[in-house]
Design a binder for this molecule. Structure first.
Ligand SMILES: [Zn+2]
Length: 342
């Protein structure tokens, strides 16, 4: 729903550097049935070279190797077709290439069951482990996350518990990680979102061009909340929630509509209808405070008329990042519908 506002603080080069340097231990201890390390007669732990690094002589002398070293080495020794799959694709582009680049990579790599099951890709681009240790933290520290970028309904901000930072967001893989495992660490493939949007609604649905991480994502301007009065509402006399309806309408294009479209997938119309009270309250206030009343208040208090209006209706400034508060897109669109703002 809202485009991600990547500020200058969004340090993608740091992300690249840190992920590239993620270490892998070359040797792992041999384990027994209970998952405990086995020791030899001299009480020394028995270590074996990691299965993935067998036959790589260059690694045998080292204790650890970095993720980037492994990527390059797999390409060099043609492991699991790495040389063909990633022929013209650099590690940098994979990790921090923008959304358009991700789409190009996706087109370049023919995704089939062989890719999905490619053990070396799964091993190298293992998201689960890095999410906990690094990726979530990176988003916490580099992006001012407040509400879900898909729905703008739920707060997904960070908070502190005994000096430790926690967060309420999940990171959705716009292109799902089971189908495109090689995109699972790609920065612009990750969308901070609420649990409902990510896990309960989107799943592996695939849209085209509609990622909030895409520069051209323009839901804000192309789709608007519209206010409708129901048939039984006589003489525009709005008495209860039942008299009004709200619906998202797309103007001049058809990018977000449709059966498996963005609006339908995230059940936005249905979910927003459950919050009609916000709109109802705005209508009631508009009735209570017509222009004439606001001007009276200005004369009485000396506070500028525009300021009083803004305070009463919680109007949203034009330059405000709508993702910072829940329902701000709804409030903004309905303010226009009610002609509270131009
Ligand atoms: Zn959401």
């Amino acid at each position: 729903m809202l485009k991600i506002n990547y500020s200058k603080n969004f340090d993608k080069n740091k992300y690249l550097k840190d992920i590239s340097n993620k270490p892998f231990r070359v040797y792992l201890c041999k384990k027994d049935k209970n998952n405990k390390c086995i020791k030899d007669d001299n009480n020394k732990t028995i270590r074996n070279i990691r299965t993935e690094f067998k036959n790589i002589d260059d690694f045998k002398q080292k204790k650890t190797v970095t993720l980037l070293e492994v990527f390059n080495k797999f390409k060099e020794i043609k492991k699991d077709n790495f040389d063909i799959i990633f022929k013209d694709i650099s590690f940098k582009c994979l990790l921090i290439g923008n959304f358009k680049t991700i789409q190009e990579i996706k087109q370049n790599i023919q995704t089939d069951s062989a890719i999905k099951e490619n053990k070396s890709i799964k091993f190298l681009f293992d998201y689960t482990n890095l999410r906990k240790t690094y990726i979530s933290l990176f988003f916490e520290n580099n992006l001012n996350i407040s509400t879900c970028y898909y729905c703008n309904i739920d707060y997904i901000n960070s908070y502190n518990v005994e000096k430790k930072k926690k967060n309420k967001f999940t990171l959705d893989h716009y292109y799902d990680k089971s189908t495109y495992p090689y995109l699972s660490l790609s920065l612009y493939n990750l969308v901070p979102s609420c649990y409902a949007c990510n896990s309960k609604l989107k799943g592996i649905v695939e849209f085209t061009n509609l990622s909030p991480s895409f520069q051209k994502f323009d839901f804000k301007n192309k789709v608007k909340f519209k206010l409708f009065l129901t048939e039984n509402c006589v003489d525009l006399n709005i008495k209860s929630l039942k008299n009004i309806d709200i619906e998202l309408k797309e103007n001049y294009s058809n990018d977000y509509n449709g059966e498996k479209g963005y609006i339908e997938t995230f059940k936005l119309n249905e979910r927003y209808k459950a919050h009609k009270d916000i709109v109802f309250e705005m209508i009631k206030k508009a009735e209570l405070y017509p222009e004439s009343r606001l001007k009276e208040l200005q004369d009485l208090t000396g506070i500028p008329y525009q300021q009083i209006k803004k305070d009463i209706f919680n109007l949203i400034d034009d330059d405000m990042d709508l993702s910072q508060k829940p329902f701000s897109k709804l409030i903004k669109d309905i303010s226009k519908e009610l002609e509270l703002i131009k």
